[in-house]
Design a protein around this ligand. Structure first.
Ligand SMILES: [Zn+2]
Length: 130
């Protein structure tokens, strides 16, 4: 298990069956990014792009994702930002903060329901076994 310090973007239509470490896959057709957890645990992390979820910024070479990525559901509970490809680690949240975050995410999703495209994302989730 080695931690990843930098992710390079790879623009794809759909994700490969096995994600490579140190690559941030960007699927514009599915409005979704995917990468392997940067702690090295090997879990696939899927970040749907939408106004209520993640925002992708591409500067022509590197990508940033906002907000931070909190893998609360994984044993590693990694929490980090991807800023111009570089991994910036954050402190781990407490159980209380995780619960608050989840509640806020759920509300945001409901509010933006009309903006999201559940069809392709749901298909992608199924393909990734999530
Ligand atoms: Zn991890």
């Amino acid at each position: 298990m080695t931690a990843t310090a930098f992710l390079r973007p790879e623009f794809v239509e759909s994700f490969p069956p096995e994600l490579e470490p140190r690559v941030l896959y960007v699927s514009i057709p599915y409005a979704t990014c995917g990468h392997l957890c940067v702690c090295g645990c090997g879990h696939e992390i899927v970040t749907p792009l939408s106004p209520a979820q993640w925002t992708l910024t591409y500067n022509g070479r590197d990508v940033s994702l906002s907000p931070s990525i909190g893998n609360w559901g994984l044993p590693c509970r990694s929490h980090y930002w991807i800023r111009e490809g570089a991994v910036r680690w954050c402190r781990r949240f407490t159980a209380r903060e995780i619960a608050d975050n989840r509640e806020r995410d759920r509300r945001d999703l409901q509010e933006h329901h009309a903006d999201t495209a559940p069809g392709p994302i749901a298909r992608l989730y199924r393909r990734l076994g999530l």
